[in-house]
Design a binder for this molecule. Sequence first.
Ligand code: ZN
Length: 402
Amino acid sequence: MKVSQCHLCASKNLTKVLDLGFHPLADFFLKESQLDEPERRYPLCVLLCQDCGHGMNSFVVPAEVRYQENDYSYDSGNSKISIQHFQEMAQEVVKRAGVKNGDLVVDIGSNIGTLLGAFKDLGAEVQGVDPSHNIAALAEKNGIPTINDFFNASSAEKILKRGKAKVITITNAFNHISPLDEFMENVISILDKEGSFIIELPYFLEIIRKKHFDVIYLEHVSYIAIKPLVPFFKKFGLSITHLEENNYMSGSIRIFVGYGQESELVAKQIALEEKFGLYDQAEWRKFAEEVKNCKINLLKELVKARESGGKIVAIGAAAKGNTLLNYCGIDATLIDFATDASPLKIGKYTPGSHLPIFSDDTIDKDVSHALILAWNIADFLKAKISPKFPHLQFITPHVIES
Ligand SMILES: [Zn+2]
């Protein structure tokens, strides 16, 4: 569906600020039998709302296609870094939101239950909701009660049978949702008056500041910054009561929303966004040029590596890696294969570029270069691979810190 109005303020005053061409779904890893079938591609452009400043994709693929047509491949417990991060998050939320033993914590888009497992260990009652069939089944196996559905009026009703939630979390999924008004009405219907609704996701300001254009993909309906959220939550009588940035996914923001007073951090954060030029079209024109340069430089580097004679692998078959591969037109001409640690991806193929995905152990001495697709865990991947293959040269797609 082509987007014609802002997901937050309904304005039709939207301007296209970035065009990355046509892409398949980034999380739609293919089975071998699917390689001979037609592959759907959709336009991938970023629009900026000229009224509230909200950033969003120009096209929304129906949620049923995104999460239920194929096995979902992202597993929130896929690395030690993720597990530690969610444990830390649970501890902080319990403290800040005053969660007591037996209070209900609901996680929306709960995946295999990594975050809820940490809340459970801290004494909370937990309830997950996840639309993906294979992922919800894994969560149940992990002992996390999970409603296998989207978070809608019907799942909210099921949750209410257990009482109101002291905390509702949504990590890396609020930016996947449309329509957001209806979603918030369901959140409010299950949130305790003293409760907190907590969003965590890659922060729009950091995505653009660090030139992480590959975080833009079809599953990300919206890109979240603070300024457009303030009037949006106000519509529902809610305000941002606390916010903090962290380094997860190389630049995330955790936002606490509730019926309390707006935090003084909100104005400070908006000032940072405006100072950077996040809502300024001139800044976006500069960014669009930088994205093109990134493509040219990466292709030059890969061609040079290819000419040196060794094999080139792409490591960490993250969804964002597929934006990079497909935007740059990188396929088996330049890369021999991709590797990943997740059993949900090994044996499959990257969407669009059709690189076969093997386990990390497949890297051998003939591999001379490794393109790091999961650059947010680059240090972890390098430490894992370098001791065995000290000659291996790593290529990172863009400057990680700037
Ligand atoms: Zn808007």
